[in-house]
Design a protein around this ligand. Structure first.
Ligand code: NAD
Length: 284
């Protein structure tokens, strides 16, 4: 279908996992997609899981896409990302702040019981810089652009939409992910930031929602799910699977379907919401 036809979307962290799936799903719905990441191909530690870069795959499939390199920790790079999107495609309609890291997964695998007093302050800073400050910067420059440009034509509610922001939070934005104190902090902040933006920019008809995945099979949790012959890791993966009533982990495409909804006119009265896609994790 073409629920996003001709809309210009920008997705951070689009080389891997959930960001890649969102980019592909948006393109399949007719969006023009700027794929941003540290590198076009998924990084080395994923064992070259995705040999074809996201934007190349979209173009091969007949869509319109471009790669723009940006590290969301650096303000000038995020500002340039939005500027290059507008330079290339004339506007920006959908900003997906997806780039994120979960360094504590590695610690959990090594230490089992990993708690805040064992964290390194530099790890707290790193996780906050990418997961929270990076989202703040993506919102800041997207909002400035949304306010500058002509709103989109009237939707089903007869309103001209000012733009969409989708921020990747987590079930860890709602409850503690024990063993990941820094990550939990960073994602709770994203849920709060999203609500404030939704309230403050509602008069501009700008939507801002967060998307909260349960554990999803991507490179982020590969230290768990891909672990072989490591009893701690295997036990951790089993416990995580069991914590999802659905009995399986999420797939990137499960999140991409929800992200399409949140950027479409189907969500014309949805803002400030935190859409949980988690196989029932938070319901228990
Ligand atoms: P992933 O590691 O597969 O993909 C993340 C992408 O972000 C990578 O391509 C990486 O290069 C990029 N990235 C990392 N730091 C960056 C930076 N500073 N600047 C720009 N890009 C950067 O992980 P994923 O699981 O697809 O994660 C996507 C989002 O979903 C993250 O925000 C993550 O916290 C969130 N999330 C994931 C899960 C899960 O279980 N996988 C659960 C809840 C939330």
């Amino acid at each position: 279908s073409s629920r996003l036809s001709d809309r210009v979307a920008c997705i951070t962290g689009a080389s891997s996992g959930i960001g890649r799936a969102i980019a592909l799903a948006y393109a399949a719905e007719g969006a023009v997609v700027v794929c941003s990441d540290l590198q076009p191909e998924a990084h080395a530690d994923t064992n070259n899981e995705f040999p074809v870069a996201t934007h190349d795959l979209i173009v091969q499939q007949g869509g319109k896409a471009k790669f723009v390199k940006a590290d969301v920790r650096y303000e000038e790079q995020v500002e340039a990302l939005v500027a290059k999107t507008v330079e290339e495609f004339g506007r920006l309609d959908i900003m997906v702040n997806n780039a994120g890291i979960g360094t504590e997964v590695d610690h959990q695998m090594k230490a089992g019981d990993f708690r805040l007093h064992q964290t390194r302050t530099q790890d707290f800073d790193l996780v906050m810089n990418v997961n929270t400050r990076g989202v703040y910067l993506g919102c800041k420059y997207a909002l400035a652009q949304f306010l500058k440009q002509e709103p989109l034509p009237p939707n089903g509610r007869g309103e001209r939409t000012g733009g969409w922001i989708i921020n990747l939070a987590s079930i860890g934005g709602h409850v503690a992910l024990a063993g990941a104190p820094c990550y939990t902090t960073s994602k709770h902040a994203v849920v709060g930031l999203t609500k404030e933006i939704a309230v403050s920019y509602a008069k501009d008809k700008i939507h801002c929602n967060s998307l909260c995945p349960g554990f999803t099979e991507t490179s982020m949790i590969a230290p768990m799910t891909k672990a072989k012959n490591d009893p701690t890791a295997i036990a951790a993966t089993e416990a995580i699977r069991a914590a999802h009533p659905w009995g399986s982990l999420g797939q990137p495409e499960d999140l991409a379907k929800a992200a399409v909804f949140l950027a479409s006119d189907d969500a014309s009265w949805v803002t400030g919401h935190s859409l949980v896609v988690d196989g029932g994790y938070l319901a228990r």
